[in-house]
Design a protein. Structure first.
Ligand SMILES: Nc1nc2c(ncn2[C@@H]2O[C@H](COP(=O)(O)OP(=O)(O)OP(=O)(O)O)[C@@H](O)[C@H]2O)c(=O)[nH]1
Ligand SMILES: [Mg+2]
Ligand SMILES: [Zn+2]
Length: 387
């Protein structure tokens, strides 16, 4: 009974907020332009001038706003006892937050945020910039506790579809390091393409890292590396065992917000350990029977690297289903297909079945790599690209 009452209250608050949508948009834009999302509400008022001061005051205490994409959750709170932080890991309804004061807090999520149905599996995701309210309690591991009271607007959100729902893997990243192994487990180029589509969709920089170069003659994979390189993706061979490519990766990660993705067992955690030996992330041998990884990393985890920047180590995934990519958009996310789209006879050409298709002609003329075209067709035909 009491529960019902509570959720009613939330709905009212949301509706009320939607009526002032325009103003929320302005606020968000101001946050992005001035880049002061890390500051406490009082600080924000100071840096944004008197005009904004009035606007901020009017929204303090107002409940929340979820935008159309469900990506932004804003909650204005009285900032007197709050502190900014970054979500390192999420365990169910609890998150570990690294606060600006250098302490880690085990945080629950404020009820109002938790109850909002944003269509995401978790309201809070690794990488989120949040405001927490520390609580005067410690847990059995002597970790301070707190409450997440606000989630700042996100950028660089990497999501996948999971049973028709958006699964946010990580937020606030500038670049995505796509790791594939040349052997053990076998190379899956189509998985690389799916990650690249997501990076194109989100506007993230992509790095293609072909790992375990010690296990195979790299000459065999030079053509594949060449194709990604020609498309403008930074492509490198690496080995956590011999150290090949590690210095290059270290330089690429420096001062950036990165996420490292790929199948289980390709060596994501091993590469991070090689880049920063202090990390000591758990790794495990690939199964001898089926050449598959053992899913050693179990949750996305934000890690500060010694040389500067943050990287999120993620659990390996077998299948990466695209989220929020409409079927008609897929071709545009293939950099080499994009220039030929307007050469098709039909404006709604799928580039799969049609004969008078500029894209297919380009494939026939050797201007588009056949394997990349094939991976495009697989995504179109499976039609799981739509959300
Ligand atoms: N030969 C060789 N083995 C490697 C290399 N990189 C990693 N490995 C091995 O591959 C296995 C899997 O490495 P992990 O780092 O656990 O792989 P992961 O991608 O983090 O896997 P998940 O956490 O399960 O997603 C381990 O036995 C590593 O020692 C490499 O460059 N060469
Ligand atoms: Mg791992
Ligand atoms: Zn076409």
């Amino acid at each position: 009974m009491a529960k019902n009452k509570k959720s009613k209250k939330i709905r009212t608050a949301l509706k009320k907020r939607h009526q002032t949508r325009q103003r929320t948009g302005d606020l968000t834009r101001e946050f992005q332009q001035h880049g002061f999302e890390d500051e406490s509400p009082e600080n924000r008022e100071r840096v944004s001038g008197k005009g904004d001061l009035t606007r901020h005051r009017t929204v303090v205490g107002v409940a929340a706003d979820v935008d159309d994409t469900g990506l932004q959750v804003r909650l204005n709170v009285d900032g007197s006892d709050t502190i900014a932080g970054r979500v390192l890991r999420v365990h169910g309804l609890e998150s570990i937050v690294l606060a600006k004061n250098g302490n880690e807090y085990r945080c629950a999520i404020r009820g109002l945020l938790r109850n909002m149905d944003t269509g995401q599996r978790n309201v809070v995701a690794t990488g989120d910039r949040v405001t927490i309210r520390p609580e005067p309690v410690t847990d059995s591991a002597d970790r301070q506790q707190g409450l997440i009271v606000r989630i700042e607007p996100r950028y660089g959100v990497i999501s996948r579809a999971s049973r028709g729902q958006q699964h946010v893997i990580v937020t606030n990243v500038d670049q995505i390091v796509i790791v594939a192994s040349l052997a053990e487990p076998a190379l899956k180029p189509n998985l690389i393409d799916r990650f690249l589509i997501t990076a194109e969709r989100v506007g993230c920089h992509s790095i293609v890292c072909l790992n375990k170069s010690d296990l195979i003659d790299p000459a065999e994979l030079q053509p594949l590396a060449g194709i990604y390189g020609q498309l403008g993706y930074h492509t490198l061979f690496s080995s956590a065992t011999t150290g090949q490519g590690i210095e290059e990766l270290r330089t690429l990660l420096r001062y950036k917000q990165s996420v490292i993705v790929g199948q289980s067992g390709v060596g994501k955690s091993s590469l991070l350990n090689a880049i920063d030996p202090q990390l000591k992330l758990a790794t495990a041998h690939v199964s001898k029977d089926n050449q598959k990884g053992k899913h050693t990393t179990t949750g996305a985890s934000l890690i500060a690297i010694q040389s500067g920047g943050f990287v999120v180590d993620t659990p390996g995934i077998r299948q990466f289903q695209l989220w929020d990519v409409i079927a008609e958009e897929v071709a545009g996310f293939y950099r080499e297909i994009r220039p030929f789209i307007n050469k098709c006879k039909y404006p709604d050409c799928t580039h799969v079945h049609e004969t008078k298709c500029g894209v297919k002609h380009a494939v026939a003329d050797g201007l588009i790599d056949l394997r990349r075209y094939d991976s495009y067709c697989q995504i179109r035909e499976a039609d799981e690209s739509t959300r």
